[in-house]
Structure formats: structure tokens, C-alpha cells
Design a protein around this ligand. Structure first.
Ligand code: GUN
Length: 285
């Protein structure tokens, strides 16, 4: 069996980011520089890394960004007040509150307080509902990035069977909706699904997003299928790895994404796209 073709998230991101830079410069020339406000609460080390990378990507591609680092002890009311200020600030086109939030803060309440037309994560109920009903305003960044990968590699979705493993609001549920919208027959599996392999074996597309190492192995996938790995885990040696056993899947699948260098860079790229498009809409308003 020949090896799977690698879906290169770094190369595709570079191409899409070039377009972001060009469009951001055009808006800036008109005095409407796109702006992203990032809010980080507490000191979760993984969140701090993600947030830093998001701010850095803005700088690299001509978007303005601000980072509010609030202590883990901040009250829900203080956080809501800060979001109200960002909602009212015309230089801010995207607001992102990094998740998870500390347990004393209601994550749903906070997300629902973000102006829906600045919710570049696409997590607000209005945006989740718009996606559900087929008129999305902001598509959640990670699943949106996966759809761009399928498109860029001419991987057909309409009429194909897709299995999404994971049911989070951030990845699993919106991923299933985007694949459904594109015409796939979608099955959502998760940590409580018995006989996962029974589902994955007949799938043309598998998207793994559960946060568990080696949940998908080569013997579980159909020859020639596409396997997308959204996982971000650590090996026993502390190295970044995904949910998919890449070595064995690589022998069977037709297309596969590596970790790192697959979906990861695409998530930030689509955040830039969502922020830019929000600014473009604001410029037209
Ligand atoms: N935590 C993990 N992924 C994400 C994401 O895409 N957005 C936000 N805001 N928090 C996250």
C-alpha cells in the first residue's frame, strides 16, 4: 500500500494568510485596520501559549490585536464589564475569550455577552443557531479550517460518509454541521460510543477530535479514506501528538493530517479570516 498523501496545514495556512495580509492592508489603507481583542483569564499554561500564538499571528498579518490578561480571581461581573467595553469599541472587530474559564465564571453567560457580530469563534448561540440553520456568519475556526483543507485537496464531501469523533461545542458539533451542509452523511461518535471501529471502517472521511491518543488506528479506517486529526495531546516523552496513530493510518488512508503541522495552524488562520471578514462587513455598514 502506498502511503497517504499528507495534508499540509502549514503550507495551506501560508497561502490563505497571504490573502488575509493583502485584504487587511487594503482596509488599513482606508483607515479601518481590522482588530482582534483576546481575553485570557487565569494562568492555564496551554491557554497562554494558544493566546500568544493568536496575537502573534495578528501582528504578522497586519491585524491589530489586544490581549487582556485577567487574574483567575476576576469576578464574572468584572469580566462581563470588560466584554461590554470591547463590544462598544469600534476598533474591535473580533472578540475572543479563551476557554476554559475558571469554574466560578459561567462560560455560557460570558460567551452570550459577546456581541454576535464580533464573535469570531462562532460560539455565541446566535452564531451556533445560524450555522445550524444554514446561514452561518462566523464558522468556528477549527472545523472551518478542516473544511478548507478538504476543499484545497479536492477531497469530495457531497455524497460521502463522514464520521466525527467528538461532540464538543468548539469542534465536534460544528464540524458535523459543516460536513452535513456540504452534503456528507454524518455520524457523530464520542467517548461513550461502543464499537467505534464499526463506524470508522466504512467512513470516507474521519475527523478525530476527542483528545485521546491513538483513538484511531490503521485497522479502523477504510483504505483510501481521509483521516483528519484535531487532537492535541502529549506523548509520554512530552512531545505533541494527536488522536490518530499516524504511523498505522498512514499505511491505509488516502489522505491524512500530521500533528503538528496539520489542523493546528489552520485554526489560527481561520481566526484571522473571521476577524478580517468581520472588519470588512463593518467597513461596508
Ligand atoms: N480553547 C480551545 N480552543 C479554543 C478556541 O478555538 N477558542 C477559544 N476561545 N478557546 C479555545
Amino acid at each position: 500500500m502506498t502511503k497517504a498523501k499528507i495534508i499540509d496545514g502549514v503550507a495551506l495556512s501560508a497561502k490563505l494568510r497571504e490573502d488575509v495580509s493583502r485584504r487587511a492592508a487594503a482596509l488599513t489603507a482606508k483607515g479601518m485596520k481590522p482588530g482582534l481583542a483576546v481575553v485570557l483569564v487565569g494562568d492555564n499554561p496551554a491557554s497562554a501559549v494558544y493566546v500568544r500564538n493568536k496575537v502573534k499571528a495578528c501582528e504578522q498579518h497586519g491585524l491589530a490585536s489586544t490581549l487582556d490578561r485577567l487574574p483567575a480571581t476576576v469576578t464574572e461581573a468584572e469580566l462581563l464589564l470588560r466584554i461590554q467595553q470591547l463590544n462598544a469599541d469600534p476598533s474591535v472587530h473580533g472578540i475572543l475569550v479563551q476557554l476554559p474559564l475558571p469554574p466560578h465564571i459561567g462560560a455560557h453567560k460570558v460567551i452570550e455577552s459577546i456581541a454576535a457580530d464580533k464573535d469570531v469563534d462562532g460560539f455565541h448561540v446566535a452564531n451556533a443557531g445560524a450555522l445550524m440553520t444554514g446561514r452561518p456568519q462566523f464558522r468556528p475556526c477549527t472545523p472551518y479550517g478542516v473544511m478548507k483543507m478538504l476543499e484545497a485537496y479536492d477531497i469530495p464531501v457531497a455524497g460521502k460518509s463522514a464520521v466525527v469523533i467528538g461532540r464538543s461545542n468548539i469542534v465536534g458539533k460544528p464540524m458535523a454541521l459543516l460536513l452535513l451542509e456540504a452534503g456528507a452523511t454524518v455520524t457523530i461518535c464520542h467517548s461513550k460510543t461502543p464499537n467505534l471501529a464499526e463506524h470508522t471502517k466504512s467512513a470516507d472521511i474521519v475527523v478525530a477530535a476527542v483528545g485521546k491518543r491513538n483513538i484511531v488506528t490503521g485497522s479502523m479506517v477504510k483504505p483510501g479514506s481521509t483521516v483528519i486529526d484535531v487532537g492535541m495531546n502529549k506523548t509520554d516523552e512530552g512531545k505533541l501528538c494527536g488522536d490518530v496513530d499516524f504511523a498505522s493510518v498512514n499505511e491505509v488512508a488516502g489522505f491524512a493530517t500530521p500533528v503538528p503541522g496539520g489542523v493546528g495552524p489552520m485554526t489560527i488562520t481561520m481566526l484571522l479570516v473571521n476577524t478580517l471578514e468581520s472588519a470588512e462587513r463593518a467597513a461596508l455598514a
